[in-house]
Design a protein around this ligand. Structure first.
Ligand code: PEP
Ligand code: MN
Length: 348
């Protein structure tokens, strides 16, 4: 296998001061076998090998576990501003007195979509009474079929505004189109960028120019690194307030709507200082599974969950099978609250 000479340096392999020549040769041979190559840095006291090539192939070698290797230092992370190296402290995002990040857990709940004033207000009141810290609801809906209900649009935003006035809950709602930035920014406390738009770079740059927190959902076929790179677009424009959301990815498995990548939570917590939340509703696709996935999210260290609820889920215009009936939301929220406390955090 040959390696392009212009391959970027990806890792520094720091050898033990006592490492012998054979151990150095072994690391160099492993790099070559993996289609990468190593160069011994000249002149330093203990031996340092620069590893060039494909980042993923190099990572899979787990060089830090080889004899004679003291540590492996990744360099040139593709994401910079979002990286935990950029800020050792977790970012805490505050809106209307509610916080997410650090010790503060966000319990975000509400309908998939705004269908009517009555449905939205009754859901908002139920989740607020149960202790939710933020209201969710889509006025602009990304639907797989162009014949499905597309959301109430501007009328939906006005209803959400009324629900916020009524309950005092901050509002998270989706932005899909750069032409709606102004209208959504005016109403939303948190701008949601949905899974389908995670790599809509124009939209990411636009929300990066606003002063509103952004809830960025992972694309269903996007890697963790791609999610972080998407967040980088927003921070690069000057908006540091981004909340990342794991909402399930596409796998071969059909028993859930998506496969909740619970491992992404600790990985993201390690890689970034930004808050990380989980959407168990879209991952599960079935309301019976939502509580278990929500509990797993809390236990995995998530900074919040975003959950769909509806007064009459069986009549919902969107995502009917996965919405929790508002009548059952209080019991669900109480269970979550207890776990959040076990994790040393508080809701809101
Ligand atoms: C939603 O939250 O309503 C939604 C459409 O989710 P996702 O973008 O994760 O599919
Ligand atoms: Mn939905």
């Amino acid at each position: 296998m040959s390696v392009d000479d212009s391959a970027e340096i990806q890792l520094l392999v720091m050898m033990d001061a006592s490492a012998n020549d054979d151990q150095v040769e072994e690391v160099l041979a492993l790099l070559t076998e993996a289609g990468s190559y190593g160069r011994v840095a000249p002149g330093s006291e203990s031996i340092v090998i620069g590893a060039f090539g494909d980042r993923e192939a190099l990572k899979s070698l787990v060089l830090e576990e080889r004899d004679g290797v003291e540590s492996v230092v990744p360099i040139r992370k593709p994401y910079k501003l979002v990286s935990s190296e950029a800020s050792p402290e977790p970012t805490v995002i505050q809106t209307r007195g509610k916080r997410v990040g650090g010790d503060h857990f966000a319990l975000i709940a509400g309908p998939c979509t705004v269908e009517s004033r009555e449905q939205t207000l009754s859901t908002a009141r139920a989740v607020q009474a149960a202790g939710a810290s933020m209201l969710r609801g889509g006025a602009f809906k990304p639907r797989t079929s162009p014949y499905s209900f597309q959301g109430l649009g501007l009328e939906g935003l006005a209803i959400l505004e009324e629900a916020r006035e009524d309950t005092g809950l901050p509002l998270a709602t989706e932005l899909m189109d750069p032409r709606h930035v102004e209208a959504v920014v005016e109403v939303a406390d948190v701008i949601q960028i949905g899974a389908r738009n995670m790599q809509n770079f124009l939209l990411l740059s636009e929300v990066g120019k606003t002063d509103k927190p952004v809830l960025l959902k992972r694309g269903s076929s996007a890697s963790v690194e791609e999610l972080l790179m998407a967040a980088e677009y927003i921070l690069k424009e000057g908006n540091p307030r981004v909340i990342l959301c794991e909402r399930g990815i596409k796998t071969f498995e059909r028993s859930t709507r998506f496969t909740l990548d619970i491992g992404a939570v600790p990985v993201l917590k390690e890689e970034t200082h930004l808050p990380v939340i989980v959407d168990p509703s879209h991952a599960a696709g079935r309301r019976e599974l939502v509580p278990a996935l929500a509990r797993a999210a809390v236990a995995a260290g998530a900074d919040g969950i975003i959950v769909e609820a509806h007064p009459e889920p069986e009549h919902a215009l969107c995502d009917a099978p996965q919405q929790i009936p508002t009548q059952r939301f209080a019991a669900f929220a109480e269970e979550i609250r207890r776990l959040v406390e076990v994790m040393g955090k508080q809701i809101g």
